[in-house]
Design a protein. Sequence first.
Length: 413
Amino acid sequence: MKVIVIGAGISGLIAAYELERSGISPILLEGTDRVGGRVTTDEVDGFLLDRGFQVLLTAYPEAKRYLDFEELKLKKFDSGAIILNPGSSFTIQDPLRQPSAMLGMAFSPVGTLRDKLKIYKLTKQLSKKSIDEIFESNDISTLAYLKGFGFSDKIIDNFFKPFFKGIFLENELSTSARMFQFVFKMFGEGFAAVPEGGMRMISEHLRSKLNQTDLRLNTVVEKIEGNQVWLKNGEIIQADKIIIASRPDRILTQMEGQLKPYRFVYNLYFSLEKSFLARPIIGLIPDDKFLINNIVFMTDVSKTYSSNKKALLSVSVVKKVENPSSLEKLVSIELEALSGISSEYFKHIKTYEIKEALPDVDDMKSNLPFTNSKVYDHIFLAGDYLLNGSINAAMTSGRKAVEAMLLTIQDPH
Ligand SMILES: Cc1cc2nc3c(=O)[nH]c(=O)nc-3n(C[C@H](O)[C@H](O)[C@H](O)COP(=O)(O)OP(=O)(O)OC[C@H]3O[C@@H](n4cnc5c(N)ncnc54)[C@H](O)[C@@H]3O)c2cc1C
């Protein structure tokens, strides 16, 4: 049985792994020079730069299934976040993990005391709800959900908006409350972490689990016609089954125009002599006048992100900018306002404009019925856009595509 998987992102790597487990040796075609797709890291001037600030949530069920956390040498973030405003900063803690922090928070201006008790209640409530229950719940916006839960505008603006803007990559909290509850639950039940050597370690780790897969890098698929996979280099490969683990709308005429535009983000990296947060924690900038939404000193999380002892700062901007070439300057001025450190000390390393960061999914789900993976008896789909934009979803979709494919072999009708 000749099976071709198109795309060696997380979903394609999992699909190849699951195929191997069922005794099939697939061909895995990847258009770029590496595996991992959106989960990758570059080495620039002695720094490790993840392409877009991302974290692995250790509570992801799929991560527990497929990843060896010890081998990845995961480095954890402190729970909660620091809220940064010019001239002041406050920490918001996870009340379940650090109940004693509630007292300190009671006096912080991030929200009202009632808000802080509600955070506790929400965390408790979500710990009792299963992931499937969450994804079957009402499909309202995150903002409507938070208001309905009784949170004040103060805590929504100070904490929930900047925190979840950085995750959903949209400014209105219009993303489904299903995703909000899922992510909030995952943050409550595990840790946010990055592998010591950058997010790419996750992709490399999955690749290292493949023994029977014929991985072909720098191999762009142009189109699929019937059972034929047409490559950009002119080659045509005949396949019995094809799993598309990349955007299907670009290679399958029947799927053209079926995906909504993706969400974007700018990710800027700066080096500095020393971290001004000095903690492995996410810094949030609630003030809407700022371009910057969130910052993290990656070297506070894992020292390996720098080979020269300098601190590495990752900055995320979720707003569209008219003139992206001015971004570096504008952001360094904002960093000066937030930290009190002159902008000239922030040395710009690189700016990523990630145009297709997250899919915009209408009906977010945690699981896939076989019918959703199958296009024809010989073509199957994998990818985060089928469920929700996360590493967890990408992994689920890879496995489900293989399960759907195997069903057509066992029961061709
Ligand atoms: C900035 C950013 C922040 C994120 N933050 C988080 C986070 O904190 N936590 C989290 O869980 N998730 C996060 N995500 C989402 C997560 O990275 C994705 O959901 C996941 O990586 C998607 O995997 P995938 O396999 O579905 O798609 P992709 O990673 O897009 O993989 C598709 C692969 O197919 C290849 N390909 C495309 N077209 C072709 C072709 N024609 N021929 C051959 N190969 C092709 C691509 O090169 C790529 O390798 C973030 C993503 C971004 C970009």
